[in-house]
Design a protein around this ligand. Sequence first.
Ligand code: CP3
Length: 355
Amino acid sequence: MSEPAQSPKRTANRGRLLSALAGEALAPPPIWLMRQAGRYLPEYRTLREKAGGFLDLCYTPALAAEVTLQPVRRFGFDAAILFSDILVVPDALGQRVAFLEGEGPKLDPIRSGRDLERLDAKQTSTKFACVFETVARVRQDLDAEVALIGFCGAPWTVATYMVGGAGSADQADARAWAYRDRAGFQRLIDIVTDASLAYLDGQVRAGADALQIFDSWAGSLPDDEFERWVVAPTSRIVKELSSRHPSVPIIGFPRGAGANAGRYVEATGVQGLGCDTSVPLPEMRALASRGVAVQGNLDPLLLVAGGTGLETRVHEILSAMQGVPHVFNLGHGIVPQTPPENVARLVSRVRGEDG
Ligand code: CP3
């Protein structure tokens, strides 16, 4: 069902994001952006300076709630995404996690079955409780028709950071462990899967309306490994949460999955599929015919460049997704050098407004 471009707030009161994830093709589509809160916003940088460390910000509900709301206030997105991080899960499990200025995350690497003894699932609740409190505060402050998205990292992607001790281009340490000692690596994946389930379940209980599972490094695994470390744990999370909370849709974002994306949709049962920048638009449309809403997939660097290139591509994406359930988003997270005025322009273009 479509509706006039000038009344985006008048769909069913469950809101436009949830309607699209329930399979409705909306014109214009709902829009939010991965990593929509963050350093490209001056109001974030100001608050971030006062908060101390990045994890302190994640665990201080009043500040994290404020940062979650900043981009929604400024741009009028159809959804807010909880301000937290995928590495809150290893941190809450007791692994040392630090965010160093300009260097990205650094963790005390876990390299063997014996290192797993350093993790303690019983201690996650204190830190998770701070995040759940943020969710509750945000839900209270948001307009009813704006959805609140909770999230976690997929077990595979979180494990690549836990094993590598940092981000890496090829996730070699995690892949090597998975080949060398499948049972040991499976134990790590199970620990992360259980903790992620508790993390998402608490977010839903606190008021999250939808969830996204970020599998940023799904693309580094060949077929059988993709099945074992991406599809299987994600399926477990989706099935468990969907049985506890049937009305809460889940978006999977298996970045770089390529030809495995269709299989991922069928096996996991996600209601939404985040498509990365490399997915051709006809392929994205074809994926929607498998019964998911597709989300994406503007190149974040085109949002930096702006201009007519941006306008043309937005038009191409909107045209290609007409008539299928679509959520407008980027193909990966917004980057810090993005001019906020380009984001405002993107939102008005997607909504068919002038300016
Ligand atoms: O606005 C939002 O999207 C909500 C908050 C959010 C953050 N990280 C805040 C953040 C979300 C959803 C994430 C997801 C995340 N975190 C992913 C998956 C998505 C992706 O980009 O692939 C990953 C891999 C991480 C791990 C992570 N956190 C890295 C690699 C880094 C450093 C590099 C970077 O992008 O800054 C972070 C730090 C981080 N997470 C920041 C923010 C706003 C910047 C930290 C700061 O302000 O100093």
